[in-house]
Design a protein around this ligand. Structure first.
Ligand SMILES: [Fe+2]
Ligand SMILES: [Fe+2]
Length: 294
């Protein structure tokens, strides 16, 4: 418990996060840095960036509701304090991705309607499945759903996005890398805190496994919707045109994202996240449940 206390304390959070990798940043990036002009001028890419960023806002709003909701359900004081830091992290993520929507041209008055229009219905169901547990003050299920499933997914998605944009959009890449550093801390808490609680409450396993299976299904359905709706040919053509014929370095999991077909990318992302789930759930004594493939 002593290590747990210091690793997830507010003091450690202050030193590593606001006074560490976020020092001298503005909404997660170098102050004054702008989105690439080519992105803002190309209506196809601008709309696509808005629609993608809406999914991030929707996911982070869920994380904010879950981490804040779990504070009062937590059985011990150190977990409450950690969740308070996580609550601020998630609120920051909501803020920086919302700010990105404004920077991409979304009007402040239109924010909620744009989110309602573009938020993927399966992602909304994914969030509802988790928030049901939080509303019931079910701490163990809530932390597994939030800090293992939701954040395990977010972590891999952010890393893939980061690899895809680091060369052409350094501003969005730095927003993402600060977020990834936060998510790494949150996932670590989930694993460290929840393993012993599951040992104490083995009777909760079936219900947690059921939640995981449902959330995994909605996640895979979200990936399927997102990737299969893409006009990959049009995207590739425009992407090539923007790159002046130069090969883009976008390595992720041994593949160049700029060259992988959309359907392969869906499989690669799904496989990466599911592998993470299996490993992390295994560490806390939960057996991964395979959902139907959407
Ligand atoms: Fe987050
Ligand atoms: Fe998080």
């Amino acid at each position: 418990m002593a290590d747990f206390l210091s690793a997830y304390s507010i003091q450690r959070w202050l030193e590593s996060c606001p006074q560490g990798y976020l020092e001298n940043t503005e909404y997660g990036h170098v102050p004054g840095e702008k989105e690439p002009e080519r992105l803002l001028e190309d209506e196809f890419f601008r709309q696509r960036a808005i629609s993608m960023t809406v999914q991030l806002v929707a996911g982070e709003r869920c994380a904010l509701a879950a981490s804040s909701g779990l504070i009062n359900a937590a059985p011990d004081e150190p977990s409450k304090r950690f969740l308070a830091t996580q609550t601020l992290d998630e609120a920051r993520h909501v803020e920086i991705f919302t700010q990105r929507l404004y920077d991409l041209g979304v009007k402040k008055d239109d924010l909620e309607s744009v989110i309602a229009e573009f938020a993927n219905p399966n992602l909304v169901k994914f969030a509802e499945t988790l928030l049901e547990k939080v509303d019931k003050k079910d701490f163990v299920a809530g932390v597994v759903g939030q800090n293992i499933v939701l954040e395990g997914m977010a972590f891999s998605v952010f890393e893939m996005l980061h690899a895809g944009v680091k060369e052409r959009n350094p501003r969005f890449a730095s927003i993402l890398s600060g977020t990834i550093a936060d998510e790494r801390r949150h996932v670590g808490f989930g694993e460290n805190r929840i393993g012993s609680l599951i040992q104490q409450h083995p009777e909760k396993k079936p219900e947690i496994q059921q939640m995981q299976k449902q959330m995994t299904y909605y996640m895979l359905a979200t990936f399927a919707d997102r990737f299969r709706a893409r006009d990959a040919d049009e995207e590739r053509r425009r992407f090539d045109a923007m790159g002046d014929g130069k090969r883009v370095e976008a390595e992720w999991n041994g593949m160049n994202l700029a060259e992988v077909p959309a359907e392969d990318l869906e499989g690669l992302l799904a496989d990466t996240v599911l592998k993470e789930f299996k490993t992390r759930l295994g560490r806390i004594g939960i057996e991964y449940q395979t959902p139907d493939r959407p």
